[in-house]
Design a protein around this ligand. Structure first.
Ligand code: ATP
Length: 214
């Protein structure tokens, strides 16, 4: 049987439990063999992340170290300039020709999916798994174009029936955690403990002590 590979792209500025726990639940519930965490480069015209790319990558690596199904994938950071997801998926398809790729998106990210560069091509390269996120309810996804709603499924077993083109809606434990709220709390001098792994909490404490203003 071919492998099912989950792809979780993001800025991870910083990585938090709202990434980790839903990704684990998706992996288990959809029967994925692994989830690859892919920190992104940001286009120059967008606000730059607080943490530089090397630090965001290091934090992801720390956060996933104990979970054998989670893998850090550095490909977007190793490429020059910003990467489009369609290019990243094409690259992954070359590396894993026998596997089925499943792009994992929070429901907030999926709500803007049809504005993504070459989104139709993305559905030609992978399945999409949309995980619920508080504040971006799945009901609104049914107002997407017909070409999208026609692909929607609630049955994870269907992921193994084809290589691409399916959109699986997956409920996960709602965790109303975001990196922007974590950054805001740090700015205000509030603790972010228990919103992210202890290892990340301690790393960020030292990072801030090292004069890295937020
Ligand atoms: P920011 O607040 O800086 O925009 P973020 O917390 O949304 O960041 P990202 O790195 O942008 O984190 O998210 C990467 C992916 O993880 C996206 O698909 C996003 O929808 C998803 N995600 C992030 N937080 C959650 C959460 N709490 N529940 C479900 N999905 C989430």
């Amino acid at each position: 049987m071919s492998k099912l590979i989950g792809i979780l792209g993001g800025t991870f500025d910083p990585v938090h439990y709202g990434h980790l726990r839903p990704a684990l639940e998706v992996m288990q519930q959809a029967g994925l063999d692994e989830v690859r965490f892919i920190p992104n480069q940001l286009p120059p015209h967008r606000p730059q992340p607080w943490l530089d790319a090397a630090t965001r990558k290091e934090l992801v690596s720390l956060a996933i170290a104990d979970e054998p199904g989670f893998v850090l994938d550095e490909r977007e950071l190793l490429r020059d300039g910003p990467s489009y997801m369609v290019d990243t998926l094409a690259d992954l398809r070359c590396d894993f020709p026998e596997s089925t790729l499943c792009l994992i998106l929070g429901s907030d990210a999926f709500a803007g999916f049809t504005q993504w560069h070459e989104w139709q091509a993305i559905l030609g390269l992978c399945h999409i798994i949309v995980m619920t996120r508080p504040g971006a309810e799945l009901a609104s996804l049914h107002s997407q174009p017909a070409s999208i709603t026609a692909c929607i499924s609630h049955d994870a077993r269907a992921l193994r029936n084809s290589l691409h083109g399916l959109i699986l809606l997956q409920s996960v434990t709602p965790l109303d955690i975001s990196a922007s709220r974590i950054r805001e709390s740090l700015r205000q001098g509030l603790s972010v403990r228990y919103l992210l792994p202890d290892s990340i909490y301690h790393y960020l404490g030292q990072y801030l002590e090292g004069q890295h203003a937020i």
